[in-house]
Design a protein around this ligand. Structure first.
Ligand code: FBP
Length: 552
């Protein structure tokens, strides 16, 4: 069999477009809205983007398409981590481009942004595209994390575009990739290359959103996939009644994924990194918070539970980030070699004890030895600790076990605590996109071509009103500079898209906060089950709880 039955069926699925894009290409007109300003640092962003700053928001509507129908050659790039629906962005872009003019051509640059610089590409045709409709993954052309950020790279990109007659590039990426898209758009405009750049908002992390972009694509499918697995684990926990499951979920920095999974599954515990930072919680306080739930449930005879840990949480614990900064300093330059030459862990431990401040040593000392060693083993190319590789699910279960041991000695706790560990990340990034992501991504791609056709540059493809049925979705575009501010990066002030962290006064967190005390003690699990692709809309087309609550 060449294709699985679901794969075959998904090839035939017709993604839903926003109502206003359904009239046929010749009946899509554009309505300009207000001029825009960046979210902060307006003067600085304006000075850095003189050609692309302050442009108008735009919306498409039914009317006479007045864009010139000249032949267009377009290039597309997938950038960064995989997110379900990426293929459909390309399919939507391709379909709009071909519906406008059969002579139009779509290039796909391979392995991410480096494909553009290395002039490594494929040219799409119907047979090629049809193999990828409504499927997960980025394997259609591959992805990569090379950043397009220097003028040398931009000049090469301009030459590659000129060579192929490409007049527009679509970059499908997260906040960093779209920041770079904005800089590239400005470069192309300043140098009169005649090449437009359009971005599409991607990331399972859900942290590329704001008042205009209601969510990044892939978040819906990834969180539904993790929630299915978490629900299954909850049911297993509730059946066997003998394990506490510590489940780390992806989300490099923000905790949107963890929060959405908690709303979907109602676990006993879910840490939210942004709250940990706001309350300046220590590792010990977090461990006590989880141990309280373990103890209360044990008192009711329930020696089992589920705790969700966001991937990035340790970086939000102030004492832990101070420790990391000191370790980076301790091993800077040649000191790393000195450290690595030490024969035993005891020698290394003595070196660490000598080099760290008293406060950081206290934090270091409470970590399980496996985590201590991890902090010194895994380094990035700059020699820094790779915080994302720390097994925080194991860290917290070990800290909780220590707390419970003390409580047992004190006679306040008399339960059993057996922990199991899981990490859900890659399991969800290439899942078959849900109907929501299939529809949303196809619409983003289709809409990106409309922005190209109407000559926009430095815009993000925008589809909004997403908590409503697709007929009511609103398609348009917004200048990427509107989302930018100045942030300190590697010792320099840089214009970047503001990352959206979980808002502690937002409705999704408030809902979680209002319910979590009960969830911590009772067994209130919800079992969302697998993503449904065929059946009633109220089962198949539902959005995330996060989006539903935000739009309530
Ligand atoms: P993007 O921001 O590029 O979409 O990637 C997000 C993410 O999936 C994070 O959740 C995770 O920390 C990271 O990618 C993993 O990256 P890699 O694929 O390089 O291991």
């Amino acid at each position: 069999m060449k294709y699985s039955p679901l794969q075959q069926a998904r090839y035939e699925y017709a993604p839903k477009l926003p109502g206003m894009l359904r009239h046929g290409i010749t009946e899509i007109s554009v309505k300009e809205g207000n001029e825009t300003q960046s979210v902060a640092d307006q003067d600085k962003i304006k000075a850095l983007f003189p050609n692309t700053y302050g442009k108008n928001e735009i919306t498409f509507e039914k009317g006479q398409n007045t864009a010139p129908s000249k032949k267009q050659v377009v290039g597309v790039i997938l950038s960064g981590g995989q997110a379900p629906g990426g293929h459909n962005v390309i399919c939507g872009l391709y379909d709009a481009l071909k519906a406008t003019n059969k002579e139009n051509v779509l290039y796909g640059f391979k392995k991410g942004p480096s494909g553009l610089i290395e002039d490594d590409y494929v040219i799409f045709d119907d047979a090629f595209i049809n193999e990828y409709r409504n499927t997960g993954g980025f394997d259609i052309i591959g992805s990569g994390r090379t950043k397009l950020e220097t003028n040398e790279q931009f000049a090469i990109a301009a030459d590659v575009c000129k060579k192929h007659g490409i007049t527009a590039i679509v970059i499908i990426g997260g906040d960093d990739s779209n920041t770079n898209a904005a800089v590239l758009a400005e470069y192309f405009a300043a140098n009169n290359t005649g090449v437009q750049v359009i971005g599409c908002p991607k990331t399972i992390d859900g942290d590329l959103k704001n008042e205009d972009i209601e969510c990044s694509f892939g978040f819906d499918t990834a969180t539904k996939t993790y929630s299915e697995l978490i629900g299954n684990i909850e049911r297993d926990a509730n059946s066997a009644k003998k394990y506490w499951h510590f489940i780390k979920v992806m989300g490099r920095s923000a905790s949107h994924v963890a929060l959405e999974c908690a709303l979907e599954t109602q676990p006993n515990i879910c840490l939210i990194s942004e709250e940990v930072a706001e309350k300046k919680m220590s590792l010990s306080q977090i461990a006590d918070y989880i141990a309280d739930s373990v103890e209360k449930r044990a008192a009711k005879g329930m020696n089992f539970g589920v705790a969700i840990i966001p991937e990035g949480v340790v970086e939000f614990v102030p004492e832990f980030s101070a420790l990391i900064a000191e370790i980076n300093e301790l091993l800077a330059g040649s000191k790393a070699e000195e450290f690595n030459a030490l024969a035993t862990w005891a020698d290394k431990y003595a070196f660490i004890e000598k080099g760290l401040s008293k406060e950081s040593m206290t934090v270091f000392a409470i970590l399980p030895q496996g985590i201590q060693q991890q902090l010194f083993l895994e380094r990035d190319p700059h020699g820094n600790v790779q915080v994302s590789l720390i097994e925080s699910e194991k860290l917290f279960s070990a800290l909780v076990a220590d707390k419970l041991a003390t409580r047992k000695k004190n006679g306040t706790y008399n339960g059993k605590f057996n922990a199991l560990h899981h990490f859900f990340g890659y399991e969800g990034r290439c899942a078959f996109p849900s109907n929501f992501d299939s529809d949303y991504c196809y619409s983003l791609g289709y809409n990106a071509f409309m922005l190209i056709q109407y000559g926009y540059n430095g815009y993000l493809s925008k589809v909004s009103n997403l908590s409503k049925p697709a007929t009511e979705w609103v398609a348009g575009g917004m200048p990427i500079t509107k989302m930018m501010n100045i942030e300190r990066r590697h010792g320099e002030d840089k214009p970047v898209i503001k990352k959206a962290l979980v808002e502690l006064d937002g409705k999704p967190f408030k809902f979680f906060e209002a319910n979590r005390e009960v969830w911590a003690v009772e067994t209130s699990y919800l079992y969302p089950g697998a993503i449904q692709y065929y059946g009633p809309a109220e089962v198949c087309d539902i959005t995330t709880r996060t989006l539903a609550l935000e739009k309530e």
